[in-house]
Design a protein around this ligand. Structure first.
Ligand code: FES
Length: 349
């Protein structure tokens, strides 16, 4: 599920998550206590590699070609705790690393579950995941959480297609705690949506499956029409869906979002990258990332989140000036998915 120089840490055009958190903290002590860690399940540190076995592969949505994978520890060990919104960095046999939200039940640490939509014209990671079979071994880093979920009394959850994956554990938690919540689940058609039956079982009448073939494309007001009083909004889906919501959400309503594609580059300027090892020169257009441009000549270049926080795409800068975006300036390095050059850059690639 983003960038220019961004107006916030994640490049979102309208609101800064930090400011949302501050607003939320200002309004609710129970929210404060959760941000301080009270009532929040402990999550163990994330700099570890877990060896996992694929236990089960299931087809979850025929039209969108979504598979779920259940993963367990190779030695049958209990897996590290996680919190709704967390993801794994999946290290694939090819050396690719991709991030997938945990979409199972945090109360069951005998296995993790992820779901992956096949993207034939993507970077190849999803297609590789779709070749995995029960018994295959994979390594993961994590879990770690870049989409924090705060326990409170009311929510509106909005998911678009595979964006349901981080939302589903949030819904399960809200249901267990008896929170007042609604879910709007959008997509092209019913057959394109994974986990609908599971959601119906958890949420019943609180779930609205809103498909384009029945209702047309959703608008911002459609998506938030059932916003419960005092609710926070958690949404994950394609950038237009999130933008539509942002454009209509009242300013006092906390909004937390995660998109599942690279952010748009807005207000960027052109620059040139020289790949030192081959001497190839790549022109980076004003509206694309250096990563996107470099992938045209180096399709196997490493990346994962495409949002500047995982560090997978970090490369050494041999020459030139970097405009760091979405990352703490790291002298001599840049995350090519979001940071940009001022003029010509030479990278250790
Ligand atoms: S791909 Fe994650 S920081 Fe660039």
């Amino acid at each position: 599920m983003r960038i220019q120089p961004p107006p916030d840490l994640r490049g979102r055009a309208r609101r800064d998550r930090v400011m949302q958190i501050v607003a939320t903290i200002g309004g609710r002590w129970d929210t404060v206590s959760h941000w301080l860690g009270k009532g929040r399940p402990p999550v163990t540190p994330v700099n570890r590699v877990l060896p996992l076995t694929v236990e089960e592969v299931r087809r979850e949505a025929v039209a969108e070609d979504v598979l779920s994978l259940t993963l367990s520890h190779v030695d049958g060990d209990r897996l590290p705790d996680w919190h709704p919104g967390a993801h794994l960095d999946l290290l694939l046999p090819s050396g690719r690393m991709r991030q997938y939200s945990l979409t199972g039940d945090p109360a069951d640490l005998s296995s993790y579950r992820i779901a992956v939509r096949s993207i034939p014209d993507g970077g190849g990671g999803s297609l590789e995941v779709h070749t995995l079979q029960p018994g295959d071994r994979v390594s993961v880093l994590g879990p770690r959480n870049a989409f924090p979920y705060v326990r409170q009394d009311a929510y509106l959850f909005v998911a678009g297609g595979i964006g349901i994956t981080p939302i589903l554990p949030m819904v399960r938690d809200a249901a267990r705690r008896g929170a007042d919540y609604r879910i709007v689940y959008t997509g092209r058609s019913l057959s394109s949506l994974p986990f609908v039956d599971e959601l119906r079982e958890i949420a019943g009448y609180r779930l609205w499956v809103r498909t384009d073939d029945e209702h047309g494309l959703p608008t911002g007001p459609d998506l938030i029409r059932d916003l419960p009083a005092g609710a926070a909004i958690y949404c994950c889906g394609p950038p237009p869906m999130i933008s539509a919501i942002r454009s209509v959400v009242p300013v006092q309503v906390p909004l937390f979002s995660e998109r599942f594609s690279a952010p748009p580059v807005i207000g960027g300027t052109e620059f040139t990258v020289t790949l030192a090892r081959s001497g190839a020169r790549v022109q980076v257009a004003a509206d694309e990332s250096a990563l996107a441009a470099i992938r045209r000549v180096r399709p196997a270049v490493m990346y994962s989140c495409q949002q500047g926080f995982c560090g997978t795409c970090k490369v050494r800068v041999l020459d030139g000036t970097v405009e760091h975006v979405n990352q703490r300036p790291l002298p001599g390095y840049m995350n090519i998915c979001v940071s940009r050059g001022q003029g010509d850059l030479t990278l250790d690639l």
